[in-house]
Design a protein around this ligand. Structure first.
Ligand code: KG4
Ligand code: ZN
Length: 356
């Protein structure tokens, strides 16, 4: 079964064709990131205006890419078996671009239309182009710009929400603290790059190390539930940066040190809570998805803790280009949750929930 999938929930305009939920036939993303880099965050109207310009050309590009790269020289969009589209959660203007395009295609081509929840769909990046399938039951962690959610997965189709953030999401914590440090947008990759410079600091004298000691909180790391909270990190970073400024030590080296500690704090909490869920629910795999899953330190920590605790489970993390927003995982989710709805009944749902 071939599905044409469309994703426009935030600042990306993306389209893909996925075969049987697993094989990527074509997958293209057009991002308006450069536009938002200047403002340090996404301006919803600017994003939607950009998406209006890119939507139809990117579907056309998917068609061309599929003809050129998949040996289907005669491929036409009308050959697909169904259309899938992200209906929420996300920015209303952005969602409308994708949803209304998908409805028009569904009506004109007379194809079933499958509405997709973007947050659940992130997990399905782990099924794409894989030689082996994840073993179930599993714990899934979705860490994106707006969400930090843990799910129990009985099998490929059944998801149960276990807990999530009470305030800011992990990606939001990266973005907000990066902005405070003047590191640009998106904050996650910017913080990771800065943190990597931290090695240079081992050469500094112990007196400097003591003076510039930076320790951030790990919010709710030992709470007994599966909730998260990241909003306090921003306040803690403001306090630390203020202290460094007072002692005239807010410079490139200490900014790298702060970035490193931000990355350590966020990843410590994500790994600890996920492994708490793994132990509680006795699962066989962990599936991570969402933009923050592209963070290498997060994967490193998961691997080392799984080994240290002798859990004997397998960790699945998609390649970086499938962690951040794209339409491929929308097509995969739609294959496993193939519940078409008539186009006239489909609407953009900016506040779509994940608690099921
Ligand atoms: O899933 P995504 O592309 O969009 C949403 O659905 O929100 O996630 C975007 C988030 C941003 O907060 C961004 O800073 C974060 O993912 N991100 C990262 C990395 N790459 C993207 N965070 C940490 N490390 C990264 N390498
Ligand atoms: Zn996303």
């Amino acid at each position: 079964m071939e599905i044409l999938s469309i994703e426009t929930s935030c600042d990306e305009t993306a389209a893909a064709v996925i075969e049987d939920g697993k094989k990527i036939m074509a997958n293209l993303v057009s991002s308006s990131r450069d536009l938002h880099d200047k403002t340090g965050g996404v301006i919803p109207e600017a994003a939607a205006r950009e998406q209006v310009k890119c939507m139809i050309p990117i579907i056309n590009q998917v068609q061309i890419s599929l003809r050129q790269n998949s040996g289907q020289a005669m491929f036409k969009i009308q050959n697909v078996d169904a259309i899938a589209v992200t209906v929420g959660p996300g920015l209303i203007g952005s969602l409308l671009v994708g949803v209304e395009t998908a409805k028009a295609l569904s009506m004109v081509l007379n194809k079933p239309l499958i509405p997709v929840n973007h947050i659940f769909a992130h997990i399905y990046a782990n099924f794409l182009n894989q030689s082996s399938n994840p073993q179930f039951p599993a714990i899934a962690l979705v860490v994106s710009g707006g969400h930090t959610e843990l799910f129990y997965m009985e099998d490929e189709k059944t998801l149960r929400w276990l807990g999530g953030t009470l305030d800011d999401a992990a990606g939001e914590a990266f973005d907000k603290t990066a902005r405070l440090l003047g590191l640009g947008y998106p904050g996650g990759p910017a913080i990771a790059t800065e943190a990597a410079k931290c090695k240079m600091q081992n050469a500094r004298p112990p007196a400097w190390q003591a003076k510039c000691k930076i320790k951030l909180p790990r919010p709710m790391i030992n709470s007994k539930d599966l909730s998260f909270s990241f909003s306090g990190l921003k306040t803690a970073v403001i306090r630390e940066a203020g202290h460094l400024q007072e002692i005239k030590q807010l410079n490139n080296l200490t900014i790298a040190k702060l970035a490193n500690e931000i990355q350590e704090a966020i990843t410590d909490v994500l790994v600890k809570k996920t492994l708490d869920a793994v132990i509680k629910y006795k699962v066989k795999s962990i599936l991570v998805g969402g933009g923050v899953a592209a963070n290498k330190r997060l994967t490193e920590k998961f691997q080392s803790e799984i080994k240290q605790l002798k859990l004997g489970i397998k960790l699945y993390v998609p390649p970086p280009n499938l962690c951040t927003d794209n339409a491929a995982y929308i097509g995969s989710y739609a294959f496993f949750h193939n519940k078409p709805v008539h186009w006239a009944k489909i609407q953009a749902q900016p506040d779509l929930e994940v608690e099921v």
